[in-house]
Design a protein around this ligand. Structure first.
Ligand SMILES: Nc1ncnc2c1ncn2[C@@H]1O[C@H](COP(=O)(O)OP(=O)(O)OP(=O)(O)O)[C@@H](O)[C@H]1O
Ligand SMILES: [Mg+2]
Length: 170
């Protein structure tokens, strides 16, 4: 007997990105789907392109200040230049395992009025909200110099059921 086909999950989409510029563009387009209260969790190895994607998100949201890799700070708020939500960019890489430091950021307080984007947040803030968008970025296997990245977007929770992530592949 044949195994049943995996159920199509409309809240998941896979893309191939060919350059840093395309990654930024993906961020700009993804920004159009985001609103206050959204949590985006980015995963992928060092140098995968998480900050590059976030830079595009900041551009698409129309926020102040270029998104960078924070050296000394863990979280940075980029206020909107218009009337949209601010972008709260968190890089949890330097956070020791402790959730305490994460709690000090009071993300639960900021989340309702912000778009919160977190690098290296897995296992640390899933409890913040039942709805979240996971973005996983992988280098094409076996080639460390190539600019090709595989990007998987997975919406978790009610918020993402009606969002057409597939529209991002255009
Ligand atoms: N397709 C691509 N998408 C994104 N970045 C790419 C791509 N191809 C090459 N790059 C390069 O890879 C690097 C990605 O750096 P970035 O800071 O965005 O990664 P990161 O995932 O945030 O790393 P870290 O875990 O250190 O925070 C940049 O130098 C960028 O120019
Ligand atoms: Mg980064």
């Amino acid at each position: 007997m044949e195994a049943p086909a995996a159920p199509h999950n409309p809240a998941e989409t896979e893309l191939i990105v060919h350059s840093p510029e395309q990654m930024r563009d993906l961020g700009r387009r993804l920004a159009k789907l985001l609103r206050a209260g959204d949590l985006v969790m980015l995963s992928g190895e060092l140098g995968a392109g998480k900050t590059t994607l976030t830079r595009g998100l900041g551009e698409g949201l129309g926020v102040r200040g270029a998104v960078t890799s924070p050296t000394f700070v863990i979280a940075r708020v980029h206020p909107s230049l218009g009337d949209g939500p601010p972008l709260l960019h968190v890089d949890a890489y330097r956070l020791g395992g402790g959730l305490d430091e994460m709690e000090d950021l009071d993300l639960d307080v900021s989340l309702p009025e912000s778009v919160v984007v977190v690098e290296w947040g897995e296992g640390r803030l899933e409890e913040l909200t039942e709805d979240r968008l996971h973005v996983t970025i992988h280098r094409a296997v076996g080639d460390t110099t190539d600019e090709v990245r595989h990007v998987t977007l997975t919406g978790v929770g009610e918020r993402w059921t009606a969002v057409d992530l597939g529209s991002l592949s255009a």
